[in-house]
Write a protein that binds this ligand. Structure first.
Ligand code: SAM
Length: 248
């Protein structure tokens, strides 16, 4: 079952994760991919969510296809990115029957909670790349970077208000997962404030597992430095991302 944030709470999503926060990183992901594949024109993002990152990454590509498991998140992305095609589906099994120059999987990859599931997503990326293409995988954290932490968020628009606490912790150390428990206080218009708990379960792997799984999918893998946004420092986030090349 998907977290509430990607289903009933999608109308509040932009208050938790504002579009502008993706500008710098989105541009940098695009630069890394174009440097890896000079002349790249087509981009597939798996798990593109609300399309906030894609809004910036897509610049410089002539064709962008965005995938996600959540129909409401895709609908939000379609409103923001009307120039992109949107495809609902699970990144572990998606097969579009065509290839792209580059593939991006950003934070959605953290929702794959076993190395086998990670391998299936890597196989999807591989299957959608032309020879000589490259995929960039950007996990939120690894075993090496993880620390228990919490963040608070707030946002308002004319129709809604959100206050939230996101607590990243690891209830069962060593089980390959951690959780982010969100405590939401939400208000629509002048209505009553509603309190909700939303648990997000994430995979938590050492860098060695990432390298092994991605290599096992057929990629030549390189760890590259992630330009971590300033507000992420001190949290569980890793400064490593994985550039995966498919042989020409
Ligand atoms: C944090 S959101 C992504 C936000 C996105 N980076 C953005 O810029 O808007 C995580 C997304 O992963 C998606 N997701 C989780 N598991 C997935 C899967 N197996 N296949 C495709 N999408 C998945 C969720 O539906 C959710 O939209």
């Amino acid at each position: 079952m998907q977290p509430l944030l990607y289903e009933t709470l999608v109308p509040f999503y932009h208050l938790l994760d504002p579009l502008e926060d993706h500008a710098e990183e989105g541009a940098e992901f695009g630069d890394v991919l174009r440097e890896a594949v000079p002349g790249a024109k087509s981009l597939l993002e798996l798990g593109a969510g609300a399309g906030h990152g894609a809004y910036y990454v897509k610049r410089g590509f002539t064709e962008t296809v965005l995938n996600d498991l959540s129909a409401p998140m895709l609908a939000r992305s379609a409103a923001l990115n009307p120039d992109c095609a949107h495809v609902e589906g699970d990144m572990r099994t998606l097969r579009l029957g065509r290839s792209f120059d580059v593939v991006l999987i950003h934070d959605a990859i953290t929702y794959l909670t076993t190395p086998d599931a990670l391998g299936e997503a890597a196989a999807t990326a591989f299957a959608h790349l032309r020879p000589g293409g490259a995929a960039l995988l950007v996990p939120d954290c690894t075993v090496e970077s993880f620390v228990e932490s919490h963040e608070d968020h707030s946002g308002d628009d004319p129709a809604r208000s959100l206050r939230a606490l996101a607590w990243s912790h690891d209830p069962v150390p060593g089980d390959g997962m951690h959780v982010v428990d969100f405590a939401f206080l939400l208000r629509e218009g002048a209505g009553e404030v509603q309190a909700l708990h939303d648990r997000h379960v994430h995979g938590l792997y050492p860098e060695a597992t990432w390298l092994e799984v991605l290599g096992g999918a057929g990629f030549a893998v390189e760890s590259v430095r992630r330009p971590l946004p300033e507000e992420y420092r001190g949290g569980p986030y890793t400064e490593t991302m994985f550039l995966c090349r498919k042989a020409p």
